[in-house]
Design a protein around this ligand. Structure first.
Ligand code: GLU
Length: 283
């Protein structure tokens, strides 16, 4: 049974780029007759705000999405992430690192050889020399990621579990069969596949969507203050624009409610119509 997910970070309100990812993930799940889960990736507490989480959930509802009823909020229970770190330590590939970010930039880290004990203020890293460089994308085909870092952070020195660690932990325990997300995460995918390999688990399928860039380039994101999508567009307008950006046929949709639009589009959802490159927004 197909299980997809949309996993926003509540560091701002829903913008057009996140709506595009939500639409892609949701339409794939509807088309496959499966379900789509909603997960709030809020482990990086300084970046995330409870009110953004609430507004993302409310905006998605206004936009007619019907995600599976149980929403996973990562910060509500950290024990699954601790368990994955433990499992990775057992593989012998994870190690405690006492270097600051600056030291990591300036000279090679030798902590792997030192076998340091874990204590507050130290990070846990994973040796990535054996990580794969290639993976298959359901839309783009074979992808080669030439630059893989020497190591991957599992738990930061401030105690925060990393995105890659938490994402794999949750995609696994939620039984996700396909990950649909923006192309900005392509470089993370081989690293995540490596985590599945080390954990002895089968990775899900991966499908990356184009990014929306503002005129003159630059990814639209919460960091560069892309406007909350429902501040700029009415719900139906926002959906139709998103579908157009995804190259989909929008005929016969204008008089439907947001919730009615998605099943109609899912029937005729055409993966091949989605652009291979980033999409530049006109205004
Ligand atoms: N939380 C990430 C973001 O908002 C997405 C992670 C994912 O889909 O794997 O960009």
């Amino acid at each position: 049974m197909y299980r997809g997910r949309f996993a926003p970070t509540p560091s701002g309100r829903l913008h057009l780029g996140s709506l595009l990812s939500a639409a892609g993930a949701y339409l794939r799940a509807l088309q496959a007759g499966g379900s789509c889960l909603l997960r709030l990736e809020d482990l990086d507490r300084p970046r995330c705000k409870v009110e953004y989480a609430g507004s993302i959930i409310a905006d998605l509802k206004t936009l007619g999405f019907a995600f599976a009823p149980e929403i996973l909020i990562q910060s509500s229970d950290l024990s699954p992430y601790a368990a994955t770190v433990e499992a990775l330590i057992k593989t012998g590939k994870a190690y405690v690192c006492a270097c600051s970010r600056r030291q990591i930039r300036e000279r090679p880290c030798t902590c792997r050889q030192l076998n340091l004990p874990y204590k507050r203020g130290r990070a846990i890293r994973l040796d990535c020399h054996d990580a794969p460089r290639d993976f298959y994308d359901e839309r783009l085909g074979s992808i080669h990621v030439p630059l893989i870092p020497d190591s991957l952070i599992l738990k930061r020195s401030d105690g925060v579990y990393s995105y890659n660690l938490a994402c794999v932990t949750d995609d696994l325990r939620q039984g996700v069969t396909e990950v649909v997300r923006g192309s900005d995460l392509i470089a993370s995918t081989p690293l995540q596949i490596y985590l599945y390999q080390l954990l002895g688990k089968k990775p899900p399928q991966f499908l990356h969507l184009p990014l929306i860039t503002s005129k003159g380039g630059g990814k639209l994101s919460k960091q560069n203050h892309a406007a909350p999508v429902l501040d700029s567009y009415r719900p139906t307008e926002a959906i139709l624009l998103t579908l157009k950006l995804l190259g989909q046929d929008t005929q016969g949709l204008t008089h439907l409610s947001p919730a009615e639009i998605w099943p109609v589009v899912a029937q005729r959802f055409d993966l091949d119509a989605i652009a291979h490159n980033d999409i530049e927004l006109d205004d």
